[in-house]
Design a protein around this ligand. Structure first.
Ligand code: NDP
Length: 415
């Protein structure tokens, strides 16, 4: 957000929006968890009975969350990994990032499995503690955002210092707040949140077995689909360095809370719903969902890899041919081959297809089991518009030439 480009009224409106965001975002995580868990995923008006499910932090949830965060910090800082350089910053510097996410992911899952097998914690622990855990994670992460704010303010550029305290807390006081070599944005984008998402899914699967004595194929599918998504993220960890979030998004409440609370507790809602709806999909439906998810994955991964490889080495063959591109005045090249010649954001299409497949495993006629897809659809449409404006400003006439050649934004012949 460039405050130098805003009128006073615009800035005031944004600030009201930020206050509402601080109030409503945590409230939504409670709402959807309670509605799915205790009201069969129905959209209900929260009355006193509903609100009675908002649990205070329990000792177990506090101990777990603190230990979990400390474990992820230790793994990120102590595990070996090659150092990748990020894209150049505005001042020409590049920052190094340690690529040890896959090892941290595997070790975290192994540790979780070990603790369950050794009977130290029950497999249903996260499910049993869920109501308290949502509160605990919200409170602790709001506190962490204060710390991120403080170090961000210290490390901010003169332009970033123009933000008032509310703006700096919500959007982020600096682009890459760091404590020694630990980059808080890179760390929080994946480790404590995304790995917890997968552990929550496994705990929901265990809860389904404990309650109904059966593991439905829908639960198996949603756990497998999301495990693939997160494992892929860590296998391709270096590709995150060229994403919008790492390059352009300051690190504050929006990203920090989004990655640490929103991702684990709302992306896992399909599994939570299935705990008490242990339905088995027909073979035809299961195969169709597997194919749909795999097609989404192939488009998502294929498009992201094509851009990543092209930017590293523009001569790399794409679908058997040397790729075509538009050479921009800024010096960078815009790819017009492969997925990038079909639509400007095929990667978003693939991601949305996967999201839809996950939600469809629930087979529900209610709205909330589809919460992830609805939210993600809005997010990616907005993000595509924002990226479009950013590229139009950055590339000028070259962007016009690109958009004239690649007409569709996300879905060919539709959008
Ligand atoms: P992209 O990876 O699509 O990056 C957009 C940038 O790529 C543009 O700003 C431009 O940057 C460059 N670019 C655009 N067109 C071209 C082209 N034709 N050739 C070469 N470079 C081009 O966007 P995101 O960072 O938003 O998304 C990355 C992935 O992360 C996506 O798959 C998305 O679905 C996923 N994602 C997932 C989320 C989740 O919550 N699960 C949330 C957000 C994203 P430049 O300045 O370099 O030219």
């Amino acid at each position: 957000m460039d405050v130098t480009l805003q009128t006073r009224t615009q800035r005031r409106l944004y600030n009201v929006g930020f206050l509402l965001m601080l109030l409503f975002c945590p409230a939504i995580t409670w709402y959807v968890t309670i509605a799915i868990r205790h009201y069969d995923g129905a959209l209900v008006l929260p009355d006193a009975a509903f609100l009675s499910h908002v649990a205070p932090p329990s000792l177990a949830s506090l101990a777990f969350y603190v230990a979990w965060f400390a474990l992820q910090l230790a793994l990120a800082t102590l595990l070996p990994g090659r150092i990748e350089q990020g894209v150049p910053l505005e001042d020409g510097r590049t920052l190094g990032y340690r690529m040890n996410g896959l090892a941290a992911f595997v070790l975290s899952l192994a540790l979780g499995a070990g603790l369950v097998l050794a009977d130290v914690v029950p497999a249903t622990f996260l499910h049993d503690q869920l109501d308290a855990l949502v509160t605990t994670a919200n409170l602790l992460v709001l506190g962490l955002c204060c710390y991120i704010y403080a170090i961000g303010r210290n490390q901010a550029t003169p332009k970033e210092r123009l933000l008032n305290p509310l703006e700096a807390y919500v959007i982020g006081a600096a682009l890459n707040p760091r404590t020694r070599s630990l980059d808080w944005k890179f760390f929080c984008e994946s480790r404590p949140g995304m790995i917890l998402w997968i552990l929550l899914n496994f705990s929901f699967a265990a809860a389904q077995v404990a309650r109904h004595g059966t593991l439905s194929n829908a639960m198996v599918l949603v756990c497998a689909f999301q495990l693939l998504y997160v494992a892929d993220y860590f296998v391709m960890e270096e590709a995150i360095l060229t994403t919008w979030d790492i390059r352009h998004e300051p690190f504050g409440f929006m990203l920090c809370w989004g990655c640490l609370v929103w991702i684990p507790f709302t992306f896992s809602l399909q599994g939570l719903y299935l705990v008490d709806h242990p339905r088995d999909l027909s073979w035809a439906a299961a195969i169709a969902l597997v194919l749909f998810n795999c097609a989404g994955y192939a488009i998502f991964r294929g498009a992201n890899l094509q851009k990543h490889r092209f930017r590293k080495s523009p001569d790399t063959k794409m679908w058997g041919k040397t790729p075509s591109f538009i050479q921009t005045q800024r010096g960078t090249k815009l790819l017009v081959s492969g997925f990038w010649g079909i639509a400007r954001h095929s990667n978003y299409l693939g991601d949305l297809m996967m999201g839809l497949a996950w939600c469809m495993t629930t087979g529900s006629s209610r709205v909330l089991p589809y919460f992830y897809f609805i939210y993600f659809f809005i997010l990616l449409i907005h993000r595509e518009r924002r990226d479009h404006d950013h590229c139009a400003r950055k590339y000028g006439a070259d962007w016009d030439a690109y958009t004239a050649r690649v007409r569709w934004r996300i879905l060919p012949f539709v959008y």
